[in-house]
Design a protein around this ligand. Structure first.
Ligand SMILES: [Zn+2]
Length: 287
């Protein structure tokens, strides 16, 4: 693991919340896309034949059928960059939310909409249960797509920066329960992508995850937004790290990443000035 990946894992671990769910996500996505396509079809052109449902791209399995891992777009990528936001909430944080802690960040989502920045949100099932209307709103807005960040945000390998570890054999449940909780909110644009809690994984994890038929999505740029108090520093770290095809990890969790929206507000116009276009992970993966 690179130093950068380790740093990301530490930060991700501090936040926590990963979801998982299987139930042939591909089929669900097909249905969702079909619904979306139908909703977009102009009412005055009933003769138009809707095209085939568009499935989100996935990567081919790795050697020996291991779950594929995406860390960035192709090296020859145009000046595109994918911002990703982990909506972290750990299974045991319900009492903290009840006491008033904000694991959501609606201002950040509103800002992305205002700036028209497509983004991919990796949501834990526990987060979706706590904030169902926000999950639905994100998951029905074509600007966004939702990936799975597990249900509980417990680590899939140990040690992982202090995160509790999932029980042996629980990976399938974590993925399935995560997708289930997200879908239950009414979110439709859910993609078969998975982000490991804390970013921690190994070959055994990739093997265990293989039946879920998801693509694991890591990153090449750590924003450093977790527990940050200096938005300028976060923005600078992103601007220094982004290359064509980069995948940036940030968080959509006010209590643990309080300056993310401020940093995004700086990063977006500057990257656009440098000629970058923002894309969702699905577009980055499609090349
Ligand atoms: Zn996380």
């Amino acid at each position: 693991m690179t130093a950068m990946a380790v740093l990301g894992a530490v930060l991700g671990g501090g936040l926590a919340a990963c979801a998982a769910s299987d139930d042939s996500p591909g089929d669900r996505h097909t249905d969702a896309d079909r619904t979306t396509a139908a909703a977009r079809a102009p009412a005055r052109a009933p003769s138009a034949t809707p095209g085939p449902a568009k499935k989100p791209p996935t990567m081919a399995p790795g050697p020996a059928g291991l779950t594929p891992v995406l860390e960035r777009g192709p090296q020859h990528a145009d000046k595109v960059v994918a911002l990703t936001f982990d909506a972290d909430m750990t299974a045991d944080e319900g009492s903290r939310a009840a006491a008033g802690e904000h694991f959501d960040n609606p201002e950040l989502i509103a800002l992305l909409r205002r700036l028209k920045v497509p983004a991919t949100v990796f949501m834990t099932g526990r987060w979706a249960e706590e904030y169902p209307s926000q999950a639905r709103s994100i998951g029905t807005d074509p600007l966004f797509e939702i990936g799975n960040h597990s249900y509980s945000h417990y680590a899939f390998t140990s040690p992982c920066y202090g995160l509790p570890t999932v029980e042996e054999g629980a990976i399938h449940d974590e993925v399935e329960r995560g997708f289930g909780a997200i879908r239950k909110t009414g979110a439709r644009n859910v993609v078969p992508y998975f982000r490991f809690p804390g970013g921690c994984y190994d070959d055994a994890t990739l093997r265990a995850l293989a039946p879920e038929k998801v693509t694991a999505v890591q990153w090449d740029v750590v924003s450093g937004d977790a527990f940050a108090t200096d938005a300028d520093a976060v923005a600078q770290q992103v601007l220094d790290g982004v290359r064509p095809g980069s995948l940036v990890v940030m968080h959509c969790t006010r209590s643990a990443a309080p300056v993310t929206d401020e940093a995004v507000d700086q990063v977006v116009p500057e990257l656009r000035k440098r000629g970058y276009r923002f894309v969702k992970v699905s577009e980055l993966m499609a090349g």
